[in-house]
Unconditional design. Structure first.
Length: 268
């Protein structure tokens, strides 16, 4: 009973330090605005196009896009949204049957599968928003898979809007050089830089500010954590994880102390 009273703040702190998508992303207001504007211009404006989002792990790429998709859910309701994590695909070519399945197309193989998808994406119908996370997993010999996907928005009467996310800043230069030959073929680029010490500090403070009562982690400790993580990677997930583990250590110490406290009333 005593531990439950004292330990509630630690449970709450661990919950707010998880890596789930928050209601508002600190330090990513510019990037969130660009993503929202891109979707409105292309999906709602029925203008096919592509966007390549780059940034190291933990810089908020997927979290920002997930937040924007949630916020624009009603606006995008009349279009078809398909989100695929390419890490879960068995091979680069597996993206085509996965997409066909989401679009409700019949099973096909080889070139027939790609022709079926192209026919579907250039026929009359709602706009299709295709989000490919971990896009670099689709790199292959000759880059045929990536070229096919990024050329689809430029097919006549196309209704595809493609958003790809990956860690590498130079993927489009390295793997999609010939897209530049198209008049508008190169995707729009959006880079997420590593979080700074100040941004990481604000993220940690905002999360822990949701816990009632005295601060669970000292302000100086948060700044120390933010400074160390920003110097190495600028990875917000790493900063959250370090603080969560620190809370777990303190929680175990308090649990041990609480179990040794004498019970009130002189009971043994």
């Amino acid at each position: 009973r005593l531990f439950r009273q004292e330990g509630t703040c630690y449970q709450q702190a661990k919950q707010v330090l998880h890596a789930a998508v928050p209601d508002r992303l600190q330090g990513r207001e510019r990037e969130t605005g660009i993503l929202r504007q891109f979707l409105r211009e292309h999906v709602l404006g029925r203008r096919p196009g592509s966007l390549y989002v780059s940034g190291a792990p933990g810089t908020g790429k997927t979290a920002c896009l997930s937040r924007v998709l949630l916020d624009c859910k009603d606006e995008l309701a009349r279009s078809k949204t398909v989100v695929l994590n390419c890490m879960a695909l068995g091979s680069p070519q597996s993206v085509f049957p996965a997409l066909a399945q989401h679009l409700g197309l019949p099973v096909a193989t080889g070139r027939e599968r790609i022709r079926s998808l192209e026919k579907h994406l250039t026929a009359q119908g709602p706009m299709v928003l295709l989000v490919l996370d971990e896009l670099d997993q689709l790199e292959s010999k000759g880059q045929d898979v990536l070229y096919t996907l990024f050329e689809w928005p430029w097919l006549p009467s196309s209704r595809l809007v493609l958003v790809g996310l990956a860690n590498a800043l130079d993927l489009t230069d390295r793997s999609l050089a010939r897209l530049g030959a198209h008049a508008a073929g190169s995707p729009q680029l959006l880079h997420f830089p590593p979080y700074t010490k100040e941004q990481l500090t604000r993220i940690l403070q905002e999360r822990l500010g949701q816990v009632a009562g005295d601060p669970v982690l000292d302000s100086a400790a948060l700044q120390f954590c933010a400074r160390k993580v920003s110097a190495v990677s600028g990875d917000a997930r790493k900063a959250l994880d370090v603080c969560r583990r620190a809370v777990e250590v303190v929680e175990l110490e308090v649990r041990g102390q609480t179990l040794l406290k004498p019970l009130p009333g002189g009971e043994s």
